[in-house]
Design a protein around this ligand. Structure first.
Ligand code: DAT
Ligand code: MG
Length: 156
């Protein structure tokens, strides 16, 4: 099983509510490694690239207004099946539908203000990481305890 990288955004509502640490903690505790991270404001231009598949939909204007309203935390997390694992940790799109135990299901009750973004496939992850990070902003980090989190078999 190959190691993967995915883009995670802690959206403006997560930053404004002061729960960045609690959300981050879940990724660290799960064993996903943060290999890039920054606080930044999404521009309209970046929104139209990031959400290119949603441009023109009824909710698009509201989505962009929300996502550009205040800074967000962008991060790259790495691990076995990182894309799928992160999506499961996030829960269903609307917090109202998300299972308890997921980030959206534990921290939110809104539909649109759903706290977190995670890429939906390895291909999307590559594309989206390229929008948010320069190559030199992502790191190869080996940590002393890594062998107890991910085995050689996991690395593939
Ligand atoms: P996800 O964020 O779970 O990958 P998505 O890619 O379908 O969901 O949509 C991107 C964001 O747009 C989502 O986090 C919230 C918003 N959104 C999606 N569908 C919506 C809808 N029908 N009404 C309002 N907002 C919506
Ligand atoms: Mg999506």
């Amino acid at each position: 099983m190959a190691m993967e990288r995915t883009l995670i955004l802690i959206k403006p509502d997560g930053v404004q509510r002061g729960i960045v640490g609690r959300i981050l903690e879940r990724f660290e505790t799960r064993g996903l490694k943060i290999v890039g991270m920054k606080l930044m404001k999404m521009t309209d231009a970046l929104a139209s690239q990031h959400y290119k598949d949603h441009v023109g939909k009824g909710f698009y204007a509201g989505l962009v207004k929300f996502m550009t309203s205040s800074p967000l935390v962008a991060m790259c997390v790495e691990g076995p099946k990182a894309v799928e694992v992160a999506r499961k940790m996030m829960g269903k799109t609307f917090c109202t539908d998300a299972e308890s135990g997921t980030i959206r299901g534990d921290f939110g009750i809104s539909r649109g203000m759903n706290l977190i973004h995670g890429s939906d496939s390895p291909e999307s992850a590559k594309r989206e990481l390229g929008l948010f990070f320069k190559p030199e902003e992502l790191f190869e980090i080996s940590r002393a305890g890594d062998a107890w989190v991910v085995s050689d078999e996991d690395r593939g």
